[in-house]
Design a protein around this ligand. Structure first.
Ligand SMILES: NC(=O)c1ccc[n+]([C@@H]2O[C@H](COP(=O)([O-])OP(=O)(O)OC[C@H]3O[C@@H](n4cnc5c(N)ncnc54)[C@H](O)[C@@H]3O)[C@@H](O)[C@H]2O)c1
Ligand SMILES: O=P(O)(O)OC[C@H](O)CO
Length: 316
């Protein structure tokens, strides 16, 4: 089965390198010319694409593959799907983006189902930095697909000697774990940036995990999915690593440092979407509210952290 990846940023490039171990891969990029010329993405410096990766700027050619991985930022996903004229009948569309669409408050699987109802939606998510995958370091991810048979076929197709995929049929749980952990990672970055300490970060991670589980299960996810790679696993990685853009964003906000708007920080927009979704559903998401306040409403980080501590005492 042929594989194409849409999105020539850090993650698309890393996946192209890893999956080229299994056979030819097509990598589509919006700005393909420099990628074709240099075989390197500026988003993933020092990683050169192997010869078995065909880079193209021709979207119609790329989507002729049977399995298509979508590796653009979440807020670009619906626009990218709208650019594809082909109904993609029978193809597998595997979303690698971690977030919630702000316009519709939907995750990637629902966007795919609306835009390409004759395709099969799947999610590839879990603790993984692009640089680790590109350098062949061992990585375990969740491949979620509502169809057990299709999920098993994708698991086999997209696993490599170093990329180990676990299968799940809980698409909602997998995509929400990946989306929500980014919001908590911003809060953890802010906590460390303010100098509040590692004990406070552990508290934020734990209460953040409770918050993630509360919203996800309300939306139909299974709690055990949240406890797996796509939820707890990715939360642990992203909330504790300087490699995480979400974590660094929160830390920079707390330190008053300049923010580069060109860097992809999925948790910032996702926090807004989460707050809107939680209000609609009547689910309490105080950490997501705090992240929205510091990322979008200009609330000073110390006050937002104090707001969290000032809430009434409650049972765990
Ligand atoms: N980088 C990682 O370590 C990593 C790991 C796992 C998952 N992800 C997820 O992968 C997704 C992509 O992240 P990334 O790290 O590759 O980001 P990135 O900033 O490195 O690259 C994003 C790429 O998408 C392209 N793009 C943006 N809008 C587009 C559009 N409308 N049409 C076509 N291309 C468009 C940009 O030109 C850029 O090349 C995110 O949802 C992220 O959470 C990233
Ligand atoms: O750099 P981040 O914060 O987008 O995190 C990358 C991955 O999602 C980690 O699993």
């Amino acid at each position: 089965m042929s594989v194409a990846i849409l999105g020539g940023g850090a993650f698309g490039t890393a996946l192209a390198v890893a999956l080229s171990a299994n056979g030819p891969v097509t990598l589509w990029a919006r700005e393909a010319a420099p990628l074709i010329a240099t075989r390197q993405s500026p988003r993933l410096p020092g990683v050169t694409l192997p010869e078995t990766v065909t880079v193209t700027g021709d979207l119609a050619q790329a989507v002729s593959a049977e399995t298509i991985l979508l590796s653009v930022p979440m807020q670009s996903l619906s626009g990218l799907l709208a650019q594809i004229d082909d109904p993609l009948t029978g193809k597998a569309l595997v979303a690698c983006c971690k977030g919630i669409d702000l316009a519709t408050l939907e995750g990637p699987a629902a966007l795919i189902a609306h835009a390409k109802p004759k395709a099969t939606a799947a999610i590839l998510t879990g603790p993984s930095f692009a640089t680790d995958i590109a350098h062949g370091l061992p990585t375990a991810l969740t491949l979620a697909c509502a169809s057990e048979a299709r999920g098993a076929a994708l698991q086999a197709q997209l696993s490599t000697a170093t990329l180990r995929l676990y299968r799940s049929s809980d698409v909602t749980g997998a995509e929400l774990g990946g989306a929500l952990k980014n919001v908590i990672a911003i809060a953890c970055g802010a906590c460390i940036g303010l100098g509040l300490g590692e004990s406070a970060r552990a508290a934020l991670m734990t209460r953040g995990f409770a918050e993630m589980t509360r919203l996800a299960t309300r939306l139909g996810a299974r709690a055990e999915t949240l406890a797996g790679l796509s939820g707890f696993g990715d939360l642990a990685l992203t909330c504790t690593s300087d490699h995480s853009r979400n974590y660094r964003f929160g830390r920079a906000l707390a330190r008053g440092e300049t923010i580069d708007p060109a860097v992809t920080v999925e948790g910032a927009r996702t926090a807004e979407a989460v707050v809107a979704l939680a209000e609609r559903l009547g689910v309490d998401m105080p950490i997501a509210r705090a992240v929205t306040a510091i990322a979008h409403d200009g609330r000073p980080v110390p006050q937002a952290m104090q707001d969290l501590l000032n809430r009434p005492l409650k049972e765990e």
